[in-house]
Design a protein around this ligand. Structure first.
Ligand code: PMP
Length: 402
């Protein structure tokens, strides 16, 4: 008797028993991030509330008019890789030939492909705690072992070189670094990066540096690419994309810069899985990277978010008994400690959604250290941030007193 006929199903019952691999995935993330009903104030999604700029849309329209709508090479079109090469030189002081650059559908997929291309089953991947949940989930799916490295609130959530080195074993293969960081908003300083680079060099570790928020900085914060430090180009893959700094989330364009050999292997992996980034999106991305107008566009976005960041900090300051924060130096997130309310981040997230119709991300999704935290995004609208924070404060205060 085969497996299917052993267990006959009743009407309407499906035979889909999801794999153990898929069971590792927490379904909460995408219900909250991209699936909230319209009457909810969503402070969950990590995406700019600005539309893609007109001049970028026009480039896409031209591509469609020219019937540039077929497959492209799996590495990405050469003019885009040339534009990325120029961008890396100008913005990041990095010298990469187009043959060392791969274009992927969003930067997330570059990270996924890198885990498959560089790490074997059982290899350990160092991931800061907290960090963007994809790193942990994707390394688990790839058969690697995610190893979390604590980042502490009283140290401003920097990734400490000593803490990092303590987690290194004979099986450590890679570190996934993210600066400016989702969810804490910490921007690693050159000094901090030098300490991390030392650990990577001493222990022969590859660094995957996710720099997607590089343009979203406040005050005097400065972004440094770890690959630009002496000796680091050879062991760093720089990952970035156009979603955040160019408001092009839905176009799905990201990239990774490494060596010609790794780029070749990633190209094959991408070819077998995702095939290529969208052709029209790639043309739009060239315009976004090359146009002088992009600089003004990102400045406008960042100054808007900076005002909203102040608004968030004010609400927190006015309600210090129930919430606290280390002010984000970059990104558009607030990583809020809600332990003063007597609730965990998960309780806050579900209660706030149920009773106050405000969506926030529970901190546990970002790592064990996030248990008493929530993450909010202020890349929504002034009104949503104002009303969302008001309701959050009301909810936390009410619960504390009850
Ligand atoms: N890295 C980090 C740290 C992110 O927060 C995100 C999006 N939330 C991404 C990468 C993914 O961006 P993309 O749209 O390029 O896949």
């Amino acid at each position: 008797m085969d497996k299917v006929s052993e267990k006959p199903k009743g009407a309407g019952e499906s035979n889909f028993q999801v794999s153990q691999r898929a069971q590792q995935i927490d379904d909460e993330v995408f219900k909250l991030a991209l699936g909230l009903p319209p009457d909810v104030i969503s402070l969950t999604a990590g995406e700019p509330d600005f539309p893609t700029a007109d001049f970028v849309n026009m480039a896409a329209k031209r591509a469609m008019d020219e019937d540039f709508t077929h497959y492209t090479s799996s590495t990405g079109i050469l003019p885009l890789r040339e534009a990325i090469s120029r961008k890396l030189r100008e913005d990041n002081k990095l010298d990469y030939d187009p043959s060392e650059i791969i274009v992927s559908p969003g930067s997330s997929s570059s990270i996924f492909l890198l885990l498959f291309a560089l790490a074997d089953r059982g290899d350990e991947i160092l991931i800061p705690d907290p960090a963007w949940f994809h790193y942990h989930i994707l390394s688990g799916l790839a058969g690697n072992v995610p190893v979390r490295v604590p980042q502490r609130k009283d140290e401003g959530f920097r990734l400490d070189a000593e803490d990092l080195e303590k987690k290194v074993t004979g099986k450590t293969k890679m570190l996934i670094l993210n600066t400016p960081q989702n969810p804490t908003g910490h921007v690693l300083t050159r000094d901090e990066l030098e300490g991390i680079a030392g650990v990577a060099e001493r222990n022969n570790i590859i660094v995957v540096s996710d720099e997607i928020y590089e343009k979203i900085l406040y005050g005097n914060s400065k972004h440094t690419s770890i690959a630009s430090l002496p000796g680091m180009r050879e062991r760093t893959v720089t990952v970035n994309g156009l979603s955040k700094g160019y408001a092009m989330m839905g176009w799905r364009v990201g990239f990774a810069a490494s060596s010609p050999e790794l780029t070749q292997k990633m190209t094959s992996l991408l070819g077998y899985t995702l095939v290529c980034a969208g052709s029209v999106a790639q043309k739009a991305a060239i315009e976004a990277l090359e146009s002088q107008k992009s600089r003004d566009y990102v400045n406008t976005m960042v100054s808007t978010w900076s005002k909203r960041r102040d608004m968030v900090l004010k609400y927190i300051n006015d309600n210090q008994s129930v919430m606290s924060i280390v002010a984000p130096q970059g990104t558009f997130y607030g990583w809020i400690d809600v332990s003063g309310s007597g609730m965990t981040g998960k309780e806050v997230s579900s209660g706030l959604l149920r009773d106050y119709k405000v969506g926030v991300m529970p901190g546990y999704l970002f790592g064990e250290s996030g248990k008493n935290y929530i993450r909010i995004s202020f890349a929504t609208s002034d009104d949503a941030v104002d009303e969302g924070m008001k309701r959050l404060a009301e909810f936390l205060n009410k619960k504390r007193k009850s």
